[in-house]
Design a protein around this ligand. Structure first.
Ligand SMILES: [Zn+2]
Length: 286
């Protein structure tokens, strides 16, 4: 991954040239030209003593973007993402269509909203693709509570696996969104047959390029305990999404791998302050 701390070569060369002559003899003895010296200063390499052996660097993960929300890792009632923005709804101006939305509009965390709009812009360029629309985005704990209660009432008090309990919804993270081909609901309702739509197949294959994963894939029901949802995207950032896609994981599996890597890192004497923010303890243990 590209590091932002790489200094321009010209700047380094300037620094070396500006060194007082007294510090130069050792270099002169080696008969190295300034350009050769500069090439030996490799700022792109992680420090050898880093100790972090997980395939995704700590610097490439935002702990807030990989937060797990499910029935074993409940978000608190007051968990509200701090940078929610209203998603622009005009696709001609770089937004994504809505059909209906809560009165404050559909909201997502800023990076997630931008990534979604970028992905939608790319999809609109593809011949034969229908317009996509944003059906659902951020939902508060309270909204989820109402939805869950209504769902139970409709099914004689039974949880049918379609609506998460409050605190367990990926939508509360402000990083989960339901993205649907425009004409779909008129045809068949919300079910896994949506995967037949080429737009959904495209999203499954390409959403990681924008930092998203399909949060509830068909083959991961044992892990997610949620029915297949080809429409539910979850923003985790590009490095993590790419790792998850390349390794065929779901977020629960990724979380398990990461927590194991953190345990290993700490057991080997790693710096706790570097990984503290990534540690998420199951609510089952409380
Ligand atoms: Zn959803």
């Amino acid at each position: 991954m590209k590091k932002t701390n790489q200094l321009p070569t010209a700047f380094l060369a300037g620094l070396l040239l500006a060194l007082p002559p007294l510090s130069a003899p050792a270099l002169a003895e080696e008969d190295l030209a300034v350009t050769e010296i500069v090439e030996t200063v490799d700022l792109d390499q992680p420090a050898a003593t880093d100790g972090w052996s997980f395939p995704v660097a700590l610097e490439d993960m935002n702990p807030e973007y990989i937060v797990l929300a499910n029935k074993h890792y409940l978000l608190s009632e007051d968990y509200v993402p701090r940078d929610l923005v209203k998603v622009p709804k005009d696709p001609k101006k770089g937004g994504i269509k809505w059909k209906s939305a809560p009165k404050e509009g559909h909201q997502l965390r800023k990076d997630c909203a931008e990534a979604l709009c970028a992905m939608n812009a790319a999809m609109r360029e593809i011949d034969g693709f229908q317009e996509m629309y944003l059906k659902s985005a951020y939902r508060s704990y309270r909204t989820q509570k109402t939805m869950y209660r209504n769902r139970l009432a409709k099914h004689n008090g039974k949880d049918d696996g379609w609506v998460s309990q409050p605190g367990a919804s990926d939508h509360q993270t402000g990083l989960g969104c339901d993205v649907i081909p425009y004409n779909w609901t008129k045809k068949s309702g919300m079910n896994e047959k949506m995967m037949q739509e080429e737009e959904c197949q495209w999203m499954a294959a390409h959403c990681h390029e924008y930092g998203f994963i399909i949060r509830y894939p068909a083959e991961k029901k044992d892990w997610t305990e949620i029915n297949t949802e080809p429409w539910h995207l979850r923003y985790v950032g590009i490095p993590v999404a790419t790792y998850i896609a390349e390794n065929g994981l779901c977020l629960e599996e990724f979380h398990q791998q990461l927590q194991a890597a953190i345990d290993g890192y700490l057991a080997a004497g790693g710096d706790r302050s570097r990984v503290e923010a990534f540690i998420q303890v199951s609510s089952d243990e409380n």
